[in-house]
Design a protein around this ligand. Structure first.
Ligand SMILES: NC(=O)c1ccc[n+]([C@@H]2O[C@H](COP(=O)([O-])OP(=O)(O)OC[C@H]3O[C@@H](n4cnc5c(N)ncnc54)[C@H](OP(=O)(O)O)[C@@H]3O)[C@@H](O)[C@H]2O)c1
Length: 298
């Protein structure tokens, strides 16, 4: 019998590529998306590729719906899925002072609380079976922190710590918890982040120029590898008998993560400020302020 895997956030990007990759490799895939329309599109896409998967409509921030969907999957899989890929995620671009509490809470709901909730739902059956995998899709941003991505980094660093604890707690029962940390990969998330930066730039903010720089850089998706590379790595995590605790995917992720821990903050902060236009924006504002204080932005 084929092994069953739930992939959350499978409407696009890494989640879609992973669901298709696993279905093509013979896994019984339950792909969650947020609307019937997206479910239809995904199933059609799978059919085009000559494979099949089941779709479930799920917003991972809805606790009651999560319980219902995982109960339904349990009924179809003899107790519960063999593996879950917690991929659903979102970004929240903007300087810390420009992000309000509700936006930050919503981000933490999707990127941090939902994977924990799903782990609570699937662990009992995995433990009972003495076998199972939970793959949490984090990001290089968990370790390499950039200006204007502070909340995203916070959510992913939280997910990394949560996965670390869960890995130790679940291991005695044969359940492997694996963290995947990709670098930049082309996906709608980057486009959405670019749009969000532009919206922020259009309202009053001292960071408007930096937001425009960030938006331009994110739109150039030809610079980034496709999401299929992450999908293949997740497939390997599921196929290998003894997966590692953590997989860092992409040169940018390997180099960025390592540099952030090795280079002194005094240097890396300056480089990041220059790269994001922050130091020149602050320099110009300081100059204007010293020249008369009339141009200081609110
Ligand atoms: N792309 C990168 O460079 C990169 C790098 C490192 C890590 N990651 C991580 O990889 C994962 C996938 O991202 P991606 O790049 O493939 O972006 P994406 O194409 O935008 O995919 C995000 C997926 O999450 C879903 N989602 C968002 N909020 C949700 C919610 N409340 N409930 C259920 N599903 C929800 C989206 O559904 P809708 O279509 O309905 O919005 C979409 O299917 C994320 O966890 C992300 O943080 C991405």
């Amino acid at each position: 019998m084929s092994r069953s895997v739930v992939v959350t956030g499978a409407s696009s990007g890494i989640g879609q590529a992973t669901a298709l990759q696993l279905a093509g490799a013979g896994y019984e895939v339950f792909a969650t998306v947020r609307s019937e329309e997206k479910a239809d599109k995904l199933r059609a896409r799978a059919e085009e590729e000559g494979t099949r998967l089941r779709t479930m409509v799920l917003d991972v921030t809805d606790g009651a719906r999560c319980a219902d969907v995982f109960a339904e999957i349990a009924g179809l899989t003899g107790g519960g899925p063999w593996a879950v890929v917690n991929n659903a995620g979102t970004a929240l671009p903007g300087a810390i002072e420009d992000v309000d509490e509700d936006q930050a809470r919503r981000l933490m709901e999707v990127n941090l609380h939902a994977p924990a909730r799903i782990a609570r739902l699937v662990l009992p059956a995995m433990r009972h079976r003495g076998d199972g995998r939970i793959v949490n899709v984090s990001s290089v941003a968990a370790r390499a922190v950039m200006p204007f991505a502070g909340w995203y980094s916070t959510s992913k660093a939280g997910l990394s710590a949560l996965s670390h604890a869960l890995r130790m707690e679940a291991a005695p029962w044969g359940v492997r918890v694996v963290l995947v940390e990709p670098g930049f990969h082309a996906s709608p998330m980057l486009e959405n982040a670019a749009d969000a930066f532009e919206r922020r730039a259009s309202v009053s903010s001292r960071y408007a120029d930096c937001y425009r720089v960030a938006s331009r850089s994110l739109r150039d998706s030809s610079r980034y590898p496709g999401p299929e590379r992450v999908a293949r790595a997740i497939h390997r995590v599921l196929a290998t008998p003894r997966p590692r605790a953590r997989y860092v995917l992409g040169t940018d992720a390997r180099v960025g993560g390592r540099l952030d821990s090795l280079v002194p903050y005094a240097l890396s902060d300056r480089v990041k400020s220059a790269a994001t236009g922050l130091s020149s924006a602050a320099g110009l504002e300081g100059l204007l302020a010293r020249a008369g204080g009339v141009h200081r932005r609110p």
